[in-house]
Design a protein around this ligand. Structure first.
Ligand code: GLN
Ligand code: ZN
Length: 761
């Protein structure tokens, strides 16, 4: 019985690639140094898979930045502004496209399907001259072969590549990206020919766009592409990989009748209908790569369960045609559990990171072949059982409370206009009130204080004193700037999700559970393993301390349930909405405690609400329904006079505007400064609805200091659409990554612009 891995994390168990990249970018190490680190990582991954007995081991899943950018590079599709000279693409051009250089900004980045990974979007137009400009895939195949490992080179499939691209500037509305198929296939063929010559016997094309909502004309292009590639691929086994969901029935039909294809990978974890499709219509004689080991999560596989699924599949496709695989690339999970020193043994026994998942795949394949490692399976069964009945996982009171939520609406009794009136009587704010989104610059000194407190190098007293001083500085600065609604600056927080997770029950934290977000950037999501509850108040101490320092309203600052959920590794033993409702109840208690402590404005950030949107449109409504419901639960219990803000850091709202309004917040602050036009419709809806709206008036992602005139103009433009009484003036997002030297003058200009407009109104 054979085994296969769709793809593997590149970053290294301790983010070795990140550090090598950043040191190279800073000019502190050479290109060879970087290449050495990369080659070591690749060889250790190949060796690890070979040791686990994996038969189909991927190559070309390594990347210095991003696999889509690697494909752009292979195809020589460099946008002209990077002045590439037309020979093999090296680090200079590659990293310029990825990160920009002194004279040209980077290419656009966007989310990879519904993951937290971001890829570099190819920009294609009728002018692009494709050429075979990077031999990376062939080189990596040869490199593995020299190490004694015969690999399956992996490519972003040609159709998915085009579907994931965007039309170049100037032809945005008119250009048909799929019309480029005939121009890119010759390059793919050149690569295929070289791979064959180097001895490759399998090749993998990732065509995960097949799980999305595709139109018939788009599906036809798959048939066209693989028909065209067929003869070039003769003598090679072609594997087409899909992941992240089931392939819809019409696409499944197209996929399974593609000419020249030997096998398919399917996601059996997220793909709820995959099993049925296979049972009813898997083509005979083809290989089924069954993705039973989850590539998107950190849980140990239920090996006994997987084994029985695999046995049932074996009966359908035949013993020699079934291959055990992962549901997707392991790129989206953490790298190696071995480096986790903080987690206790019980929790560790429930987990499997990429390295452990490889072993699981190998063990399942062996078991199917009649060589079951009984001890390994027994240990796994024991861990599964302990997870099921552990008191650390189940909290009956929480389960009951969350179950009771369903079916009710949880909406504040008074409508938003009436609430805003009641709030205004209490708050007495000027028109165009000014505020900020929460965090103030995080200095090195501040990080040191937090680190030393965590490491117990300084006492609680010393820590509180240091943070208090910081809050005082931030409050004073805001008073000097004459901002209307203040924040405490979040100096006690390292991360907006981790801070809450650490204080809630049911969360665990890893030391090295990093997942690549983009380029060298990684995130370390908390693990939600149990029912979530709040043992005690989390923010009241700091918020009331800050409120006592000023007569102006001090915003309480919380992270919303949907964002906490979407930025964590979540339980796979209950639906996502269940976990979200539990978090919502914990945040609700916090909101009410803040209100009791005299905090009259409370911001509940939902930075990641949009990120959780499912891949397929048919599933959007259900997600948005429980996500928005969860948000409302957090603040349904407050008085009319308590003002609830929410903040979201993206501006792509058009398709979810009704859900945003359905959150029923009093004030919504949103990112805006990079996309004025798109937001217009949101503004209009906002006017109808009556809530306060604070579209960011300047971009905090850049060190640039906006002038007073510029901000003034921007607010003026908004006023053309919005009524004065609902418009708030604030930056795009939190200021934590900026320096005081940027923040002070920028906020000064922002307040001055608001005042000038007030005077003129
Ligand atoms: N309150 C958070 C901050 O200001 C919000 C961050 C975010 O939206 N990503 O940092
Ligand atoms: Zn934000």
């Amino acid at each position: 019985m054979a085994s296969h891995i769709v793809g593997y994390p590149r970053m290294g168990p301790k983010r070795e690639l990140k550090f090598a990249l950043e040191s190279f970018w800073d000019g502190k190490s050479s290109a060879e140094d970087l290449q050495t680190v990369a080659a070591d990582l690749r060889s250790s991954i190949w060796k690890q898979m070979a040791d686990a007995g994996i038969k189909y081991i991927p190559s070309n899943t390594f990347s210095y930045y991003d696999q889509v950018l690697d494909t752009t590079t292979m195809l020589g599709a460099v946008p002209p502004r990077y002045n590439w000279n037309g020979v093999e693409i090296g680090f200079d051009t590659y990293f310029s496209m990825a990160r920009g250089n002194a004279s040209v900004p980077a290419m656009e980045m966007t989310k990879w399907f519904d993951t937290n990974y971001h890829y570099i979007v190819p920009e294609l137009g009728p002018e692009v001259k494709f050429s075979y400009a990077s031999h990376k895939a062939v080189n990596e195949y040869k490199e593995a072969k020299a190490l004694g490992v015969d690999t399956v080179p992996v490519f972003v499939g040609p159709v998915s590549y085009l579907l994931l691209s965007k039309p170049a500037k100037g032809v945005e509305k008119t250009f048909d990206l799929l019309s480029l198929l005939d121009k890119i296939l010759p390059i793919y063929k050149e690569v295929i020919a070289e791979l064959k010559e180097a001895g490759a016997t399998w090749i993998q094309f990732d065509e995960a766009t097949l799980v999305k909502d595709l139109e018939a004309y788009q599906l036809e292009v798959f048939t066209k592409a693989y028909t065209d590639l067929e003869s070039a691929c003769s003598g090679l086994n072609v594997l087409v990989a899909t992941y992240f969901a089931d392939v819809p029935a019409d696409a499944f039909k197209v996929l399974t009748t593609l000419p020249g294809v030997t096998g398919y990978t399917f996601d059996l974890v997220r793909g709820e209908k995959t099993l049925d499709l296979i049972k009813t219509s898997f083509p005979s004689g083809k290989y089924l790569f069954a993705g039973v080991v989850d590539g998107r999560n950190i849980w140990a596989n239920d090996l006994a369960g997987s084994l029985s699924v695999l046995e049932s599949l074996e009966a359908i496709v035949g013993k020699d045609k079934l291959v055990v695989s992962t549901s997707s690339s392991l790129q989206h999970t953490a790298v190696d559990l071995v480096n986790e020193t903080k987690l206790d043994d019980e929790i560790k026994s429930w987990l499997a990171f990429a390295a452990q998942k490889v072993v699981e795949v190998g063990a399942l394949a062996k078991a199917l072949a009649g060589q079951k490692d009984e001890a390994f399976f027994a240990a796994n069964a024991a861990a599964q059982a302990s997870r099921k009945c552990s008191p650390r996982v189940t909290n009956e009171a929480v389960q009951k409370a969350a179950a009771a939520l369903r079916g009710s609406d949880h909406r504040r009794a008074t409508n938003v206009s009436a609430r805003l009136d009641a709030q205004q009587k209490k708050l007495n704010l000027p028109i165009l009130p000014t505020t900020t989104i929460g965090s103030f610059p995080q200095t090195i000194e501040l990080r040191r204080v937090r680190r030393e407190y965590k490491a117990k190098k300084i006492s609680e007293e010393e820590y509180v004193k240091a943070i208090k001083e910081e809050i005082f500085k931030v409050v004073q600065l805001q008073e000097e700037l004459d901002i209307d609604v203040l924040v405490h600056g979040e100096p006690e927080r390292n991360d907006m999700v981790e801070y809450f997770g650490e204080q809630l029950s049911g969360f665990a934290f890893t030391a090295n559970g990093w997942v690549q977000s983009y380029g060298s950037r990684c995130v370390k999501p908390p693990i939600i393993y149990g029912d979530v509850s709040r043992p005690k108040a989390m923010t009241v101490f700091w918020s009331t301390m800050a409120q006592e320092m000023t007569k102006r309203p001090m915003k309480g600052m919380l992270t919303g349930p949907v964002t906490i959920l979407n930025w964590s590794f979540v339980r796979n033993d209950q639906p996502r909405f269940e976990t979200c409702y539990q978090i919502a109840l914990a945040i609700k208690d916090e909101v009410e405690d803040l209100e009791k402590a005299g905090i009259t404005v409370i911001q509940i950030d939902e930075a990641a609400l949009r990120e959780g949107l499912p891949l397929r449109k048919a599933e959007h409504a259900f997600y948005l329904d429980w996500a928005v419901h969860s948000f409302r639960i957090t603040n349904v219990g407050v008085q009319d006079t308590t003002q609830i803000h929410t903040h979201m850091c993206y501006s792509n709202f058009n398709d979810i505007i009704h859900s945003i309004i359905n959150m029923d917040a009093d004030v919504i602050t949103i990112e805006n400064s990079r996309s004025d036009e798109k937001l217009l419709s949101v503004f209009r809806e906002g006017v109808k609805y009556g809530a306060g709206i604070g579209p960011g008036v300047y971009d905090i992602h850049s060190p640039r200091i906006p002038s007073m005139e510029e901000i003034h103009d921007r607010i003026n433009k908004m006023l053309a659409v919005l009524e004065t009484n609902i418009l708030w003036v604030n930056p795009d997002c939190g200021l934590k990554t900026r320096k005081y030297a940027e923040v002070k003058p920028a906020l000064e200009n922002m307040v001055a612009a608001a005042k000038k407009l007030r005077a003129a109104l």
